[in-house]
Ligand binder design. Structure first.
Ligand SMILES: Nc1ncnc2c1ncn2[C@@H]1O[C@H](COP(=O)(O)OP(=O)(O)OP(=O)(O)O)[C@@H](O)[C@H]1O
Ligand SMILES: [Mg+2]
Length: 241
């Protein structure tokens, strides 16, 4: 379970999030929606310990997450094993010289034996259908190929909570349908899914809940996904559609 209590965050003098309160239970599938710049990615970075709140509290699995804990190598490794993050911009995520090493990076960091690493990496490449890319340089891949490699590099660690920031970006329609099924299957397998998206038509059927952000960087609604999606007036008035 993760819980944010009265969390605010600014980038120097640019306000990104104000007084955020959320509790997400294990096994939930939650969508984050809202206009550009409303704070979705910032909140995902806070949830993943990439940023630390200016004020308020973040509690993950009953433990308070603080910058000093995140700077501790053992704590940080353990935390990142439990929670995975697919960045909005895949280029931020990819830094190895070939796709195989990219996907193997996390498991190697965790100290897994090379045989185990190979099994996991091969499974994930098969799942994402990217076996043919294994010797390619991630930097030279197409946008959608990069996204698939980024997703594989997160799934390979089998985290309990998976945070996807606009995962449908750059994917072709067939791959979007595939990703939708993958999210449903991961959730059915007990994973907690948190996903931001502007693409409602592809993601309907995945989520039980949606959290809506506004231009004022606050949460304006936290409700059942299908209920909010059918409330066209609400979505229109709040610059979502
Ligand atoms: N590194 C940064 N430095 C300064 N300001 C930033 C930085 N990253 C984001 N911001 C600002 O913080 C606010 C929230 O940005 P964020 O990326 O969280 O929005 P978002 O809801 O994810 O938007 P989008 O739908 O475009 O992905 C915006 O005003 C943005 O300009
Ligand atoms: Mg974003």
């Amino acid at each position: 379970m993760l819980e944010l209590k009265d969390v605010s965050y600014s980038y120097k003098n640019i306000k990104a999030l104000k007084n955020i309160n959320i509790t997400i239970e294990d096994g939930e599938a939650v969508a984050f929606i809202g206009p550009n710049g409303s704070g979705k990615s910032t909140l995902m970075k806070l949830i993943n310990g990439i940023l630390v709140a200016d004020s308020g509290q973040y509690i993950f699995n009953e433990e308070k997450i603080t910058s000093s804990k995140l700077q501790n190598n053992t704590f940080s490794k353990n935390f990142h094993k439990k929670i995975g993050f697919v960045f909005q911009n895949s280029e931020t995520q990819l830094f190895c010289s070939n796709v195989y090493d990219e996907i193997a990076f996390g498991p190697r960091q965790m100290g897994l034996k090379e045989e185990e690493v190979k099994i996991r990496v091969t499974d994930c490449m098969e799942l994402l259908k990217i076996e043919k890319l294994q010797d390619r340089a991630p930097y030279h891949l197409s946008g959608g190929e990069k996204k698939k490699v980024a997703i594989a590099s997160v799934l390979v660690l089998n985290p309990e909570v998976i945070v996807f920031d606009e995962p449908m970006n750059d994917l072709d329609p067939k791959t979007k349908r595939f990703l939708k099924e993958l999210l449903i299957n991961l959730n059915n397998a007990g994973k907690t899914i948190i996903c931001s998206t502007h693409e409602f038509e592809y993601v309907s059927g995945i989520f039980n809940r949606v959290i809506v952000f506004s231009n004022e960087h606050i949460i304006i609604r936290d409700d059942e996904y299908e209920k909010v999606l059918s409330d066209r007036d609400f979505l229109f008035e709040n610059n979502i559609i």
